[in-house]
Design a protein. Sequence first.
Length: 156
Amino acid sequence: MAPQLPAPPNGYEPLFAGHLGFSGLTGPYFVRMGEGAPVLGFRVEERHLNPSGVCHGGALAAFADYLAVIVRHVAGATDFSTPTVTLSIDYLAPVPLGSWVELNGRLLRRTKSLLFGDGIMQVDGAVVTRVDAIFTLGRPRADLGFDIPPGVVSAV
């Protein structure tokens, strides 16, 4: 039986209301508003572990792809889909079971059709990954059938 893990830290709310495909398999992910940008988080569960007993790089990569949520918010493009063009991750330290992983990011540049961003994941203040990404500004999310609920989720 899996151990009971602590709830997310105070101030975090679910990033998605309900099940959202792949995110339902890899999350759950949470969000809080930081200084000018959302901060994302997730708790490392047993299902995120690799055979060495630490968080699988693929689980961290799936989470890193949500850097799009941060750069889309900062760019003022929350109504648009942001498919990933490039995602690069440097793994700097192992992430053990039960860790709370935070993703902080920034928008580096916005062009007519692209968003450039970078970010870091931290556990207890220690940097565990570095992320660089390019996202394309896609179609309006409403055109893709996204039901964007009110509240924190619609803000990001």
